[in-house]
Design a protein around this ligand. Structure first.
Ligand SMILES: Cc1cc2nc3c(=O)[nH]c(=O)nc-3n(C[C@H](O)[C@H](O)[C@H](O)COP(=O)(O)OP(=O)(O)OC[C@H]3O[C@@H](n4cnc5c(N)ncnc54)[C@H](O)[C@@H]3O)c2cc1C
Length: 333
C-alpha cells in the first residue's frame, strides 16, 4: 500500500495571479501540514509561473509543482483531471485540497473516482484529529440547517473541497523558503471526449459577490424588476453589491449571474440584508456564512427570521425608503 504523505493544494490562477480562494486553501493547508508534521505542496498549471510560485512560497507553501499548460478556465475538465491524477500518483499526497469553485466542483469528484477514493465537498472547516491523525471534515448538511463532521478511515488519499471565505487568506512572509518543481503534464488527447467550442467571458461590473463586504439581496417578495431600484440604492449607500434568490432570476427580473445559493454564488459578507426572501434552505446554503444577517419580510413567520440576527417585519416598500433615508443621514450623503 502506498505511503500517502502531506497536503497537496490544486491551485487556481486568474489572469496569471493566484486566486483569493487558493490563498485561503494555503492558510488551511498550512495548519493541516503542521498538524501532520508533513509538507504542504501546491500544484499550479499555467505559463510563466516562476513569480506566482515564489509568491506561493512566501504564503506558506513548502513545494510548488508547476506544470506548463493552459489554465483551467480555458481547458477541459477531462484534460485537467488527467494531469492532476498523474501528479497525485507520482507524489501520493494524504490530503488533496480544492476550493469549492467551478474547478473544484468539476475536478474533485472525477479525481476521487480516478484515484478510487472518497471525496468530501464544500467543507467549512478542516482539522487533524491529534489522537488518530485523521482528517476531520466539517460541512453543512440538510441545506445548511446542521453541520456534520466526517472522517474517512478506509480511503486514502482524501479529496476535499473547501468553501470560499471559510478561512482567512494566507499572509505573505518573504523570508520563507521553499522548492519549485516542474512537472510534465502530457495528456493522451485521444482519450478526451469533450471539445471546448467557445469561452464566453461574463462581464462583472462593480464588486464581485464573493468579495463583497455588504450584500443586499432581493427575493421573490420584491415582485418585479422595478423594486430592485431600492435594493440597488441601499447597496450603493452601504458600499456593497446586490444579490438575488432563484425567483427574480426565474421570473426574468434580474440576471442569473447574481443568484446566491446552492446553485449560485456562495458568499460570506460582513453584512447580508435579505429583502423579501423566504429563507429557503437552498438559498441559505449560499449565505449562511454571513457575519450578520438582517431580514426584511412582511410575514413574521418567514423562515429567514430564524436565521437572521436582526429583522424588520413589514412591507419592503415602506421599510426600505426609511432605511435608505436613515443611512443617508448617517453617512451624510
Ligand atoms: C435543487 C434546487 C436548487 C435551488 N437552488 C437555489 C439557489 O441556489 N438559490 C435560491 O435562492 N433558491 C434556490 N432554489 C429555490 C428555493 O427552493 C426557493 O424556491 C427560493 O429560494 C425562494 O426564493 P424567495 O425566498 O426569494 O421567494 P418566495 O419563496 O417567493 O418568498 C418571497 C418572500 O417574500 C416575502 N414578501 C412578499 N412580499 C413582500 C413585501 N412586499 N415585503 C416584504 N416581504 C415580502 C414573503 O413573505 C416571502 O417570505 C433551489 C431549489 C431547488 C429545488
Amino acid at each position: 500500500m502506498a505511503d500517502y504523505k502531506g497536503v497537496l493544494i490544486c491551485g487556481e490562477l486568474i489572469e496569471g495571479k493566484v486566486t483569493t480562494t487558493t490563498k485561503e486553501l494555503i492558510s488551511t493547508g498550512r495548519k493541516l501540514s503542521d498538524g501532520l508534521n508533513q509538507l504542504l505542496s501546491l500544484l499550479l498549471i499555467g505559463q510563466n509561473l516562476q513569480e506566482v510560485a515564489d509568491e506561493a512560497i512566501s504564503l506558506g507553501v513548502d513545494k510548488v509543482y508547476i506544470g506548463d499548460g493552459v489554465p483551467y478556465a480555458e481547458s477541459l475538465p477531462e484534460r485537467y483531471v488527467a494531469i492532476i491524477s498523474n501528479v497525485c500518483k507520482q507524489i501520493e499526497p494524504f490530503i488533496i485540497l480544492f476550493g469549492q469553485t467551478d474547478m473544484g466542483r468539476d475536478i474533485a469528484p472525477r479525481l476521487a473516482a480516478r484515484l478510487r477514493t472518497s471525496v468530501c465537498m464544500d467543507c467549512v472547516e478542516l482539522t487533524i484529529d491529534p489522537d488518530t491523525r485523521s482528517l476531520l471534515q466539517t460541512k453543512p448538511v440538510y441545506g445548511g440547517n446542521a453541520v456534520a463532521v466526517w472522517a474517512s478511515e478506509n480511503y486514502q488519499p482524501q479529496v476535499v473541497t473547501m468553501r470560499p471565505r471559510a478561512s482567512a487568506p494566507a499572509e505573505p512572509d518573504t523570508s520563507r523558503k521553499g522548492e519549485i518543481v516542474p512537472v510534465t503534464v502530457k495528456v493522451d488527447d485521444s482519450k478526451i471526449k469533450c471539445k471546448l467550442l467557445e469561452t464566453v467571458k461574463e462581464e462583472v461590473k462593480g464588486i464581485k459577490l464573493e468579495e463583497a463586504k455588504v450584500i443586499v439581496t432581493g427575493g421573490g417578495g420584491i415582485g418585479g424588476s422595478e423594486g430592485f431600484q431600492l435594493i440597488k440604492e441601499l447597496a450603493q449607500i452601504l458600499g456593497g453589491t446586490i444579490g438575488i434568490t432563484r425567483v427574480p432570476c426565474d421570473e426574468g427580473w434580474m440576471p442569473k449571474s447574481l443568484e446566491i445559493g446552492q446553485t449560485g454564488h456562495i458568499v460570506s459578507p460582513a453584512l447580508y440584508i435579505a429583502v423579501g426572501v423566504s429563507g429557503a434552505p437552498q438559498h441559505l446554503a449560499g449565505c449562511s456564512g454571513s457575519k450578520c444577517i438582517i431580514a426584511i419580510n412582511k410575514d413574521p413567520e418567514a423562515h429567514i427570521f430564524k436565521e437572521a440576527d436582526f429583522g424588520i417585519v413589514g412591507d419592503y416598500r415602506k421599510a426600505l425608503p426609511s432605511l435608505i433615508e436613515k443611512c443617508k443621514a448617517l453617512f451624510a450623503i
